[in-house]
Design a protein around this ligand. Structure first.
Ligand code: COA
Length: 166
């Protein structure tokens, strides 16, 4: 059974999250978690860490993660980063569920107007299936073509009565 939760860098599961990020996202571009933390100082501390775990004989294992930076460089918008699912567990809806959890948190308790992310171009349709839209032209980041993707707070959540549903 897959469990979903939100952790901080003080959580015992954080090192497992970092290992997953290294394996899926960072090592392929020549980074490790220390270099990421040096080049993006404070991001791990300022972000919410949404993870998926599964039970193993050795304890809980992190098999999916995403970071939500609630205060981004864009007024009223959060930024989704470091979205990764264990290659052996892809196609099971784990990534989708993590993004839905991030959206619920962003548009619920955090009261954000929208979320954006810099998606690798090969993941664009993953976000489109979740209702996100492309914004602007493709660009290169970390030597990889990316596309800005965005989702806005649903209009029906714009008054306080509906806020309580999230
Ligand atoms: C992208 C990623 C997070 C998706 O995770 P996942 O758990 O396999 O995705 P899900 O099982 O929730 O898939 C949801 C839907 O998106 C589709 N999808 C998943 N990954 C996709 C991809 N890379 N490209 C296009 N569509 C994708 C699935 O087919 C599924 O569609 P369906 O509902 O019609 O069957 C995962 O493939 C991954 O970690 N990729 C490598 C790192 C990466 O690209 N991260 C995103 C950087 S922006």
């Amino acid at each position: 059974m897959v469990q979903y939760r939100r952790i901080t860098p003080n959580d015992p599961l954080y090192p497992g999250e970092c290992r997953l990020r290294e394996r899926v996202l960072l090592t392929p571009i020549g980074y490790d978690i220390n270099r990421f933390r040096e080049e993006y100082p404070g991001i791990d501390e300022l972000s919410e860490h949404h993870i998926a775990t599964t039970k193993t004989p050795g304890g809980d294992r992190v098999i999916g993660c995403a970071l939500l930076l609630p205060s981004s460089d864009r007024e009223g918008f959060g930024k989704l980063t470091q979205m990764a699912v264990d290659p052996q567990r892809r196609g099971e809806g784990i990534g989708q569920r993590i993004v839905i959890n991030v959206e619920s948190r962003a548009f619920g308790d955090l009261g954000l107007q929208g979320i954006y992310c810099h998606a690798q171009v090969n993941a664009v349709s993953f976000y489109e299936k979740l209702g996100w839209s492309r914004e602007g032209e493709k660009f290169i980041e970390a030597d990889i073509p990316h596309q800005c993707m965005v989702i806005h707070r649903p209009p029906e959540l714009s008054d306080e009565t509906d806020d309580r549903m999230w």
